[in-house]
Design a protein around this ligand. Structure first.
Ligand SMILES: [Zn+2]
Ligand SMILES: [Zn+2]
Length: 213
């Protein structure tokens, strides 16, 4: 799916769509999830989802090791770790070319690089590099679960990421479920920032378990 087509599709989705027909944040067992990529597709079809993305930590092996990309409901995805001024943040990439050479330098080359946070911390990437490479690979960069970042001024952070080429922000996200996530900012604050900077609002379940939510 080309970037413009993807953006158009994302702009047509609203909040309730993210809780019914779209899930753009799914982990497979190529990172720390429990479903195989094929199980994700089967699950999504059973639930009649219209748009999904497998967004493993620092790897696109779900797309490389299977032929799931032929599925029309699927858009390429990945979730990169990076450091922004001492804060670990996650940047999602969507709709990029999986054969892009520049982006290949960002993928983890060991299984540990795709597993739990603590094992991945050695990877020191900066958001500028990550966002630029996603863009150069024809994709769009989205800030994942912004309420989770220990950052004094989320607005400033987003503004700086925007200048680096960020185009979206994950707004619809189950903060209260999953992984006992600590929240530093409210969803209301995030929506305000998204609207202020004209960012595309995306969403996903960040599911790691045995079936889609
Ligand atoms: Zn994340
Ligand atoms: Zn995730």
């Amino acid at each position: 799916m080309k970037k413009e087509e993807l953006k158009e599709k994302l702009l047509s989705l609203n909040e309730s769509d993210y809780y019914s027909i779209a899930d753009l944040h799914i982990h497979s067992n190529e990172s720390d999830g429990r479903m195989t990529p094929v199980e994700i597709i089967i699950n999504a079809q059973r639930k009649y989802l219209k748009l999904i993305s497998v967004t493993d930590h620092n790897t696109i092996n779900a797309y490389i090791n299977t032929n799931i990309l032929k599925e029309e409901i699927l858009v390429t995805g990945v979730e990169f770790d990076c450091w922004y001024k001492g804060v670990l943040i996650h940047i999602l990439g969507y709709g990029f070319d999986i054969d892009n050479e520049e982006l290949k330098s960002l993928y983890a080359n060991t299984k540990a690089g795709c597993k739990f946070n603590l094992y991945r911390l050695f990877k020191l990437r900066n958001p500028k590099e990550v966002i630029e490479k996603i863009n150069n690979a024809g994709g769009m960069a989205v800030l994942a679960h912004p309420c989770c970042y220990w950052s004094l001024n989320l607005d400033n952070m987003v503004k700086e990421l925007l200048d680096m080429g960020l185009e979206g922000i994950e707004v619809y996200y189950p903060y209260n479920g999953l992984r006992r996530i600590v929240k530093f900012h409210s969803r209301k604050e995030v929506i305000k920032i998204a609207e202020k900077y004209n960012l595309i609002k995306t969403g996903g379940s960040d599911v790691h378990g045995k079936k889609l939510l």
